[in-house]
Write a protein that binds this ligand. Structure first.
Ligand code: ZN
Length: 348
């Protein structure tokens, strides 16, 4: 048994002993807060993960969560026992037909939705419009209009879900750039949060349905500096005031020049280490990748009837699952769709 397991098991033992002596709901709630509350004993143990021997750390979260689940069920059993005792004493007096039914579990906002709302709030404050678009897109909007040629691998049935030869489940939120630009002239400042689909095998890093947020700004004096400033602001909104953003050269068919976007790792504040170990969130680099970006390709502007000599603009696309995984320090993207109550309650 590791030290962590010994500590947890002692904690569970104490809780069980104390539960046996609990006689009313208030005492029960007091126990719950003391053990599982925000500043409770489990939180103290959780905070100590960084000080554990390195070989124990990778599993520590799982071990703690399992103990929390056991403690929650012990509490639930006690709630039930108290409820029964109370009910029996009431029933022995008179039958009260107005007794309430079992309490309903209240829901919470899904972590992806929460990240989406935070991003939306930031951009709305800057005057961006928030657009939604169809998840079934024409092949032309999803690929051709974005300068993705017919021989591009994304256009093969192996990588995308085709419904008909000319209709595809959008592989990114970028076709909304095309729709927005066709609908109105410049200037344009929009973001498009929404679902996208790719034929990826499901594993800890991939889902075939995921969420992106797309940003697009077009005008007569728009340049890369605006993009960096706005992305830096977005990262600070999501992860805190000390976030920085850097660009790395890359290639996307619909932007030129193109850049991958990195931000300082919120897990280690960019240092690459946590305690005396390598930061697991960023693998020690101090940076995490958050998406792709670039200046909108002149071909894309021409395609929607804009004059690349007169207007320019940037676009970016980021994965919302990525943001949420970093924010909630998760290792497995599948947790977002499994939706177990214990996971959702942790991120509430
Ligand atoms: Zn890190």
């Amino acid at each position: 048994m590791t030290d962590l397991e010994t500590n947890l098991s002692a904690l569970e033992g104490r809780l069980t002993a104390e539960l046996a002596g609990v006689a009313d709901e208030r005492a029960l709630e007091e126990l719950r807060v003391r053990y599982l509350g925000r500043s409770g004993e489990v939180t103290t143990i959780r905070r100590g993960i960084g000080a554990l021997p390195p070989q124990e750390r990778p599993n520590a979260g799982k071990v703690i969560n399992a103990a929390v689940e056991r403690m929650e069920s012990a509490l639930a059993v006690a709630v039930h026992r108290l409820g029964n005792a109370q009910l029996e004493s009431q029933l022995s007096e008179t039958i009260d037909v107005t007794l309430p039914g079992p309490p309903a579990r209240t829901g919470s906002i899904h972590p992806i939705r929460r990240v989406m709302q935070d991003v939306g709030r930031y951009f709305t404050r800057l005057g961006f419009a928030v657009l939604q678009g169809p998840e079934i897109e024409t092949d032309a909007n999803n690929f051709d209009a974005l300068n993705i040629p017919p021989d591009h691998p994304a256009r093969e049935g192996l990588d995308s879900f085709y419904l008909r030869p000319d209709l595809v489940l959008r592989t990114h939120t970028s076709p909304m750039q095309v729709r927005a630009m066709r609908e109105s002239g410049p200037p344009i400042a929009i973001i498009v949060p929404g679902k996208a689909y790719r034929r990826d095998a499901v594993d800890a890093r991939h889902l075939y349905q995921f969420h992106q947020v797309e940003g697009l700004m077009i005008g007569s004096d728009i340049h890369f500096g605006h993009l960096k400033g706005i992305l830096t602001g977005m990262m600070r909104e999501l992860f805190g005031p000390n976030q920085e953003v850097r660009f790395r050269p890359s290639f996307f068919p619909f932007t030129e020049p193109s850049a991958e976007i990195d931000t300082t790792c919120p897990g280690c504040a960019g240092s690459g280490t946590r305690g005396d170990a390598t930061c697991r969130t960023c693998g020690g680099s101090g940076w995490i990748e958050i998406g792709g970006s670039g200046m909108v390709h002149p071909n894309v502007l021409r395609e929607v009837g804009y004059d690349p000599e007169k207007v320019a603009g940037w676009a970016f696309g980021c994965g919302l699952e990525r943001f949420a995984m970093v924010r909630y320090e998760m290792n497995d993207i599948r947790e977002f769709v499994e939706n177990t109550p214990s996971f959702l309650e942790q991120t509430a």
